[in-house]
Design a protein around this ligand. Structure first.
Ligand code: BGC
Length: 474
């Protein structure tokens, strides 16, 4: 195990911050739809009955998510062939093109196609940026670096909520106030262009350089990160050791049951992250506020902004504690909080907010408590663990599988929420999600390792020697 790095240099933070801009865009794209959806419905689906319009709206929401599935699937190939940095640059270009296409959509079908394209950028970035971060971060701050990426996602979501609220409520263009969903969607091209410019100056991942024969260049990157000779020697030794078992992900998958176990774990973790129900709130918050009795659109938009702020602030809890307390204790606290909060929301809705409007406030408080539970735990930590459990030679395939799963389940959640509330009711929908959060605790107890402060190579040795999953971090 290398000596822990005493002091993290400024450049490491700069790298982390810039790569995490990919997270910001991810967040902007995820968050922007909640405020835009009603206006899109008014423009494109006005002549449909409400239930039918809801099911069309689900397509507009989830097109991006299916695009992200496609993006993730190709990004394993792209980032191992061309390098992490170039792949992130490509995703920025797709972000720009996709955002502009959304803004100029002449009809619903074009918009769905444009959101699919944008989703490809989101998928590629969501795969490559955390991978890059985990490869370039010194291990003593790995958890915090990846949580920083999650923080950027939440800030992106918040900025999108704020910008939607401003555009929907206050901004005046062409003499009109209200709506402006085209600007909401198009404005994202600007941060995408900034990311392109920032990533342009980043170094390539030293691990990728090393594995592709560019030893000198890899050492150069470590020097830029101000690692001293002993630290560089230790990093290089770690990479060399794990590179001895060089195989491609697929052949490793076919031949090695231990690798397959890690893949299954990553898939399970991402299914869990999405089935917490977080994105029901991210995509449909204004609708949930209206279910809770807040009929005024301005109130709904501001409520959504409060959700966004809570999401950002609670992420700091994870950043502060993930490398100190460890991943698992925080996850347990998160699941208990999320489960209790969702069950409360569901029960209050079932009591009948129409007849008891005063229940609207406690329902919203419970919703915010849920957000705190997610943001301090599953939000960042599941990405952290998924970046840590795969052996180096199969990491691209591993991260592809887990990230693809994230988007597939994300899309299913986005595609079904309005239908669920229209069929089983809002209350039962939340009870369903609440119940699942409780079950996830068992999965964590039985199968998930604690990976705090252990080198990726140590985790790999344990996994490949057949240790129980739960124990590969010891
Ligand atoms: C999840 C996203 C979610 C976001 C909310 C991320 O970790 O993967 O699906 O929208 O957190 O902050």
């Amino acid at each position: 195990m290398p000596t822990p790095h005493k002091k993290i240099s400024f450049i490491v933070y700069f790298i982390g911050f810039t790569a995490a801009l990919a997270g910001l865009l991810f967040g902007l794209d995820v968050g922007v739809i909640s405020g835009a959806l009603d206006f899109i419905k008014k423009d494109f689906m006005a002549d449909l009955d409400p239930v039918h319009a809801d099911s069309r709206a689900e397509f507009v929401v989830s097109a991006l998510l299916w695009g992200a599935v496609a993006g993730t699937l190709i990004s394993g190939l792209l980032s191992s062939k061309f390098g992490r940095r170039k792949t992130i640059l490509v995703s920025a270009v797709v972000f720009i093109a996709g955002a502009l296409a959304c803004a100029f959509s002449p009809d619903e079908h074009f918009l769905i196609a444009a959101r699919f394209l944008l989703g490809i950028g989101v998928g590629v970035a969501s795969f490559t940026a955390p991978l890059y971060l985990s490869e370039i971060s010194p291990q003593s701050v790995r958890g915090s670096m990846i949580s920083m990426y999650q923080l950027m996602i939440t800030i992106g979501i918040l900025l999108a909520f704020v910008s939607d609220t401003w555009l929907a409520t206050y901004a005046t263009f062409d003499g009109t106030t209200g709506g402006h969903w085209r600007i909401m969607l198009g404005i994202i091209a600007i941060p995408a262009a900034i990311m392109f410019a920032g990533v342009f100056f980043l170094p390539e991942s030293p691990r990728w350089l090393f594995l592709n024969g560019f030893r000198e260049a890899a050492t150069g990157v470590f020097r830029r990160m101000k690692l001293d000779d002993a630290e560089i020697a230790a990093e290089v030794r770690e990479i060399e050791d794990s590179a001895k078992i060089r195989q491609s992900g697929w052949s490793l998958f076919k031949e090695n049951g231990n690798f397959r176990r890690a893949i299954a774990l990553g898939i399970g973790l991402q299914v869990i992250q999405q089935l917490t129900g977080i994105n029901v709130i991210m995509y449909y918050a204004p609708r949930i506020f209206s279910l809770a009795g807040f009929g005024d659109p301005t109130e709904q938009m501001w409520g959504t902004v409060v959700v966004g702020i809570t999401n950002v602030l609670a992420t700091f809890i994870a950043i502060a504690f993930v490398d100190r307390l460890g991943r698992k204790p925080i996850m347990y606290a998160g699941f208990v909080t999320m489960g209790a909060a969702m069950v409360t929301v569901g029960s209050l809705f079932n009591t009948g907010i129409d007849q008891h409007p005063s229940l609207g406030y406690p329902a919203i408080v419970a919703l915010l408590v849920f957000i705190v539970g997610f943001a301090m735990s599953a939000g960042p930590i599941i990405w952290v663990i998924c970046s840590e459990i795969y052996p180096l030679s199969g990491r691209d395939l591993g991260v592809t599988c887990s990230t693809t799963t994230n988007w597939v389940v994300n899309a299913i959640v986005g595609q079904t929420f309005l239908t669920l509330i229209n069929t089983i009711g809002g209350g039962n929908t939340f009870l369903l999600y609440g119940g699942m959060n409780v079950l996830f605790i068992i999965f964590f107890i039985l199968l998930v390792p604690e990976t705090k402060g252990v080198s990726l190579e140590h985790i790999e040795r344990n996994l490949m020697s057949g240790k129980k999953l739960r124990e590969i971090g010891r």
